[in-house]
Design a protein around this ligand. Structure first.
Ligand SMILES: [Mg+2]
Length: 333
C-alpha cells in the first residue's frame, strides 16, 4: 500500500453523505458513505455500520488506495454487468429487468426468509421467460440453505440452466459438502462463494478446500484493487466483481478491479447505483448497453451538499475513520 496519510489529512477533504434507497436492501434504507479526496481522485469509505473497526479498516485501505495511489492498468475498457432481481413476486420481474439496460445476465435472490422453494422456482422461471434462452441466470441464496435444502433447491432450479449458485450455504465446510452431494446426484450446477470470501479472515481458504468453482470479490472488504487482485490470483478460480451498495465513487473502484483481472468470463454485480434515489456523481456510474466504462467518478458539489448526512452522523463517520486509521497505522487487523 501507499504511505498512509494522516487521519487529519484524510478528514480534510472528507464528505459524509446519506443516500436514500429506492427499495430497502440488506435491511438498509439509507446508505451512508464517507468520501475522501486525494491527489489521485476520490475514494469511498462505507463499511456497513455494524462492522467492527478491524473489518472496517480494510475499507479505509481501499479508499486510501483510490485517492492516493494509481490503480493497476486495465486490460479491458468496459465491464459487463448483471441485472439484480430481488425476492419479488414473479409478476414484478419484467419491470425490474427493464431497469437494467442491455444486461444479458441476471442475478436472482432466492432463499429469502418467509418464502418457499416454490416462490424461488416461480421467480427464476419468470426471469428465464422474460430474458430468453441465451441469457445467463445466476441465483444468490446468501447462505440461506443447509446442504440438504440446497441440494433439493438446485435439483429443481437447474432446469432453468443456471450460470452458478452463489453462497447456497453459509460455511465453507457446507459448501464443500454440497459440491460432493451435487456431484453424487448428478446435479451440474457451479457454486460461487461470496460471503465466504468477503467476511473471512483467510479469503483463500475457499479455494484451498475446494468449496467453490467461482469467487465473488468486492474491492472494499478486501482492502483495495491490488489486494483483491492478489486474492483472486491466490484462489486461482474465475472471479466476479460485485459492489457493496457503493456510491458511484466506490463503483469506479470495483470497475477498476474488474478491468484489471487477467481474465473475466462473467458479468459483474456493479450495476447497483440505480438502487439509490440519488447519487453523488453526475452522471452516476450506471450501466448503459449492459456495460460500465472504466474511469474515475467525480462527485458533483451540489449533490454532495444535497446528500450531506446529518451533523451527528458526520461526526460518527469521522470518528470511525480515525479509529480505522489507527488500525491501519498499527498494521494490525
Ligand atoms: Mg452475494
Amino acid at each position: 500500500m501507499t504511505t498512509l496519510p494522516s487521519a487529519a489529512e484524510l478528514l480534510e477533504g472528507a464528505h459524509v453523505v446519506a443516500l436514500p434507497m429506492r427499495v430497502r436492501f440488506r435491511g438498509v434504507d439509507v446508505r451512508e458513505a464517507l468520501l475522501l479526496r486525494g491527489p489521485s481522485g476520490w475514494g469511498e469509505f462505507s463499511p456497513f455500520v455494524e462492522y467492527a473497526d478491524g473489518e472496517a479498516a480494510r475499507w479505509l485501505a481501499c479508499a486510501v488506495e483510490a485517492a492516493y495511489a494509481v490503480w493497476p492498468a486495465p486490460v479491458r475498457d468496459v465491464v459487463r454487468v448483471n441485472a439484480t432481481v430481488p425476492a419479488v413476486a414473479p409478476d414484478r420481474v419484467p419491470e425490474i429487468l427493464a431497469r437494467f439496460d442491455g444486461c444479458t445476465t441476471a442475478k436472482v435472490k432466492v432463499a429469502e426468509r418467509g418464502q418457499t422453494l416454490d416462490d424461488d422456482v416461480a421467480r427464476v422461471a419468470a426471469v428465464r421467460a422474460a430474458m430468453g434462452p441465451s441469457a445467463r441466470i445466476r441465483i444468490d441464496a446468501n447462505g440461506g440453505w443447509d446442504v440438504e435444502a440446497a441440494t433439493d433447491a438446485l435439483r429443481r432450479l437447474r432446469a432453468y440452466d443456471l450460470e452458478y449458485a452463489e453462497q447456497p450455504c453459509t460455511s465453507v465446510e457446507e459448501l464443500v459438502e454440497l459440491r460432493t452431494a451435487l456431484a453424487r446426484n448428478g446435479i451440474d450446477v457451479l457454486i460461487a462463494a461470496d460471503e465466504s470470501i468477503r467476511k473471512a479472515d483467510d479469503p483463500v481458504r475457499v479455494a484451498r478446500l475446494g468449496a467453490a468453482d467461482v469467487v465473488v470479490v468486492k474491492v472494499a472488504p478486501l482492502g483495495g484493487v491490488v489486494q483483491a487482485l492478489e486474492v483472486v490470483d491466490a484462489c486461482g478460480l474465475p472471479a466476479v466483481v460485485s459492489s457493496a451498495l457503493d456510491t458511484s465513487v466506490g463503483i469506479a473502484a470495483g470497475v477498476a478491479l474488474a478491468a484489471a483481472l487477467p481474465s473475466l468470463d462473467h458479468a459483474c454485480g456493479l450495476g447497483t447505483v440505480g438502487l439509490f434515489e440519488g447519487d453523488v456523481a453526475s452522471p452516476p456510474w450506471r450501466p448503459a448497453g449492459g456495460v460500465l466504462a472504466t474511469g474515475r467518478a467525480v462527485p458533483d458539489p451540489e449533490a454532495l451538499a444535497e446528500l450531506q448526512a446529518p451533523p451527528d452522523r458526520q461526526q460518527w463517520w469521522r470518528d470511525r475513520l480515525v479509529r480505522c486509521h489507527a488500525v491501519l497505522a498499527g498494521g494490525s487487523d
